[in-house]
Unconditional design. Sequence first.
Length: 230
Amino acid sequence: MARGTYDASVARLLLAEDDDGIRLPLARALEREGYAVDAVADGTSAATMGEENDYALIVLDIGLPGLDGLEVCRRVRRADADVPILFLTAQDSELDAVAGLDAGADDYVTKPFGLAELMARVRAQVRRSAPEVLRAADVAVDPSARRAWVGDHELDLTPKEFDLLELLVRNSGQVVVRDRIMDEVWDENWFGSTKTLDMHVSSLRRKLGDDAAAPTRVVTVRGVGLRFEA
């Protein structure tokens, strides 16, 4: 079965906890933090949902009915080696923590836990799982996939054009000096003419839909460098 996908703009979490007094208020707290939450009370449901869907984080109670949290973790890990998994455990013991980590968990929190501490752990794991997408105005750049878009239109860029756009968008609103561009997009040992930069800028502007005579995205700061307008 194909793994399900969700709106990438909202981090979706799976919460598996059989205690209503913990699951319900914790789900509400996570939703207040801006996450979308699928909350279940048993291990069988957790394993099925974890295997079939893409989550930014899975929060598991170890003592789940049906399948325990350790078995859920093992099954999810076979389907997705990268999704972060955070265990909730009532047992403050090194053995319990080690068992969870050995099953494939990334972190654990011992009950009773402070909400602030748990939220900090959640944020850290979600950041780790989220792909970095750089954005400025209506331009988006995904460095890991080496893809870039203007609105919904994907750009067809050469490797150097992509590297140039990534550098400018990453520093949007700031002037990036020409020497830095040459060092980072080409390399510090580049001895060719900097006219190659001008050629790439012209091509990039055209692909971005910029007016060559009066660009509004990639702007030249005369005598200094380039600035991508945020």
